[in-house]
Design a protein around this ligand. Structure first.
Ligand SMILES: *Cc1c(COP(=O)(O)O)cnc(C)c1O
Length: 355
């Protein structure tokens, strides 16, 4: 890890704010961005002067490697505000470590920790009014790195840009998600990049997901690429099954992303004396559990929606409907997470990070 000696960020403030023009009641996820963005370029073997500038378009050469080889990784995290106006991140160290794990897999240089936290807290303080209080309101934060070197030979770039952009978000209730269990396509393979938040992982899901959508299912639960017998995760969420009163989720591996929400749900389950099993989950056992009524719930866990209940699944032509109940584990863990995130509950594990 190399860096310049100074952590001082070069700041150009926006003359105007878009804040007044934003309808916070009717936000569409990921379309509105705050007044500023953070960036830092890598060249000559080191990260250069970090900068914060007004949010806006950037120019790159058409030959920039990210456009050709997808050498890009990202993160997704959120900031929350309590009723007194204090702003918090949730377990940001996890995101810092994960973006560098993803970066290493894609031969992208590690980003220095001081720059990451300094950049994050400075931009969040500048755009603090964009974080709305109230449970369910948040500011979605998207750190990412792209290969900028203008050269189309298939090898790691010599220059990169690390950026942070922020988008206000609302946690609306979308109802249950209908899913297909994957039988043909795969998201990731042994030795691959499934554990990384690598840009191409998501592009590769769009086509199979569009086929699922044409059949009336919004998302796919990916199965292991070799046998399609074990359930692994959704496209942007880890997945939990409740059989009777036990929660079951697949172990992380090089095919499965190690979600912060997943590990938080596992910890909260332990704290609440809910039995959790981290082990391979087979399609067969879940279909059997659905048939004999011991399958009570399936839900996804990820930063964007926190917890998403699943209302139906399809596999091999069989469709199973799942009743969504108000006393579900999904509702219980979502409430617990939101209360910790919004400073409405004790934080026994030190997950809140005050900005
Ligand atoms: C981001 C992501 C998740 C969820 O991770 P969180 O840290 O909980 O947001 C799960 N699966 C995939 C593939 C992801 O990209």
């Amino acid at each position: 890890m190399t860096k310049l000696a100074t952590y001082e960020i070069d700041i150009v403030k926006s003359n105007t704010s878009k804040l007044e023009t934003v309808d916070f009641e009717n936000l569409v996820f990921g379309r509105t961005f705050t007044d500023h963005m953070f960036y830092c370029d890598y060249k000559d073997g080191q990260w250069q002067q970090p900068k914060i500038v007004p949010y806006g378009p950037m120019t790159f050469e058409p030959s920039a490697r990210v456009f050709h080889y997808g050498q890009a990784v990202f993160e997704g995290m959120k900031a929350y505000k309590d009723e007194d106006g204090n702003a918090f991140l949730f377990r940001p160290e996890e995101n810092y470590e994960r973006i560098n794990k993803s970066a290493a897999r894609l031969a992208i240089p590690e980003f220095p920790k001081e720059y990451f936290f300094e950049g994050l807290t400075t931009i969040l303080n500048m755009d603090k009014d964009w974080i709305k209080s109230g449970k369910g309101n948040s500011l979605y934060i998207r750190p990412f790195v792209i290969a900028t070197e203008p050269a189309i030979s298939a090898s790691p770039a010599l220059t990169y840009r690390f950026m942070i952009i922020c988008s206000p978000a609302k946690a609306y209730y979308t109802g249950g998600v209908r899913v297909l269990f994957a039988e043909k396509y795969s998201r990731s393979a042994n030795g691959g990049v499934g554990f990384a938040k690598a840009a191409g992982n998501y592009a590769a899901q769009f086509y199979p997901t569009s086929l699922a959508q044409a059949k009336g299912f919004q998302q796919i639960i990916w199965t292991d690429a070799n046998t399609h017998e074990n359930l692994e995760e959704a496209g942007t969420m880890n997945i939990f099954f409740r059989v009777n009163d036990t929660l079951i989720t697949a172990p992380t591996s090089d095919r499965i992303l190690d979600g912060v929400t997943r590990k938080s749900v596992i910890q909260l389950a332990k704290d609440s004396d809910v039995k959790v099993e981290v082990r391979p989950v087979s399609v067969k056992e879940i279909k059997e559990a659905a048939r004999n009524d011991s399958l009570k719930e399936i839900f996804g866990a990820g930063t964007a929606a926190v917890i998403s209940p699943i209302s139906a699944f399809e596999h091999g032509g069989d469709i199973f409907e799942l009743e969504l109940k108000s006393d579900s584990y999904a509702a219980f863990f979502k409430e617990k997470m939101l209360n910790i995130q919004h400073n409405l509950a004790e934080d026994p594990h030190g997950w809140r990070y005050k900005i």
